[in-house]
Design a binder for this molecule. Structure first.
Ligand code: NAD
Length: 263
């Protein structure tokens, strides 16, 4: 039990964290934040050149990082990535299943059905593969006793709020939130916590240029604070969910949206 008079400090120095989709946006940010708090971070994505730059930046700032090529839709690559991380950094006890895509091609009547499969494969199957392989290894490494397994899956406010033209994406994000609750239940006695973060809109590659369009401007005008969220908004929640302090938090979905869904 923590001494209530000792200040809260997120010390992740004995953790090995995997962040998928770390080559840009929220993934890159979360990797830096975890590294800054002591975690050894495995940066996974398809664009290894981008990962090398991020690895170098983390190391310049005193952190430990490795880059690993990973297409999250591939089970074989997922297993190989965990193997590579384990032999370089040690067993992974912290997973951020972040990789995701959105394909906005207008009204659903105009959406090619291939986009459904592509979105599903990355956003839902990919998240599952990443989480499952992580959980398997955490359990093998003794998470049942240590209660230190942490999996954070990135959902979205589109999982419960309406975003025009994003039927496929929204369905996968609703799937992430609900699948995560089931996984949390499945692994509850194994010391693996599964929690979801549902961010609102933050400017990244996934929505590049969107807020310059009339539709984007209309969206902005409809939010109570009329702004996109700052990129540091998730930092504290991510740290908490990856830390020992969240030992008894599992199966939750934390919305971080600056009130965007309060419309
Ligand atoms: P982003 O496009 O910058 O990042 C997504 C990352 O996932 C990229 O690095 C991309 O290369 C990677 N990726 C895509 N397909 C992959 C695959 N098959 N294998 C491995 N990596 C793959 O956008 P972001 O905003 O940083 O998105 C990160 C996550 O946050 C996504 O899951 C997204 O749905 C979610 N999200 C973003 C917002 C937002 O407003 N930016 C809001 C809610 C949720």
């Amino acid at each position: 039990m923590r001494d209530p008079f000792s200040p809260f400090i997120y010390d992740l120095s004995d953790r090995v964290a995997l962040v998928t989709g770390a080559s840009s946006g929220l993934g890159a940010r979360m990797a830096k934040v975890l590294a800054a708090h002591g975690a050894k971070v495995a940066l996974a994505a398809r664009r290894v050149d981008k990962l090398s730059e991020l690895k170098a930046e983390i190391e310049r700032r005193g952190g430990t990082a490795m880059a690993v090529e990973l297409d999250v839709t591939s089970e074989a690559q997922t297993i190989a990535a965990y193997d590579a991380i384990e032999s370089s950094l040690g067993p992974v006890d912290t997973v951020i299943a972040n990789a995701g895509i959105a394909m906005d091609k207008g009204r659903a009547t105009d959406n090619p059905i291939e986009d459904f499969d592509t979105t599903y494969n990355v956003n839902l199957k990919g998240v599952f593969l990443t989480a499952r392989e992580g959980a398997k290894r955490m359990i093998e490494a003794g998470s049942r006793d240590s209660e230190r397994g942490r999996i954070v899956m990135i959902s979205s406010i589109t999982s419960f709020d309406i975003s025009p033209h994003l039927a496929f994406y929204s369905a996968t994000k609703a799937g992430v939130s609900q699948m995560g609750r089931v996984l949390a239940h499945d692994w509850a006695r194994m010391g693996v916590n599964v929690n979801m973060i549902a961010p609102g809109y933050i400017q990244t590659e996934i929505n590049d240029g969107m807020f310059d369009t009339p539709a984007g401007q209309k969206m902005l005008a409809g939010w109570p604070r009329r702004r996109v969220i700052d990129s540091d908004a998730l930092d504290g929640v991510v740290l908490y969910l990856c830390s020992d302090q969240s030992r008894q938090i599992t199966g939750t979905v934390t919305t971080v949206d600056d009130g965007q869904a309060l419309n």
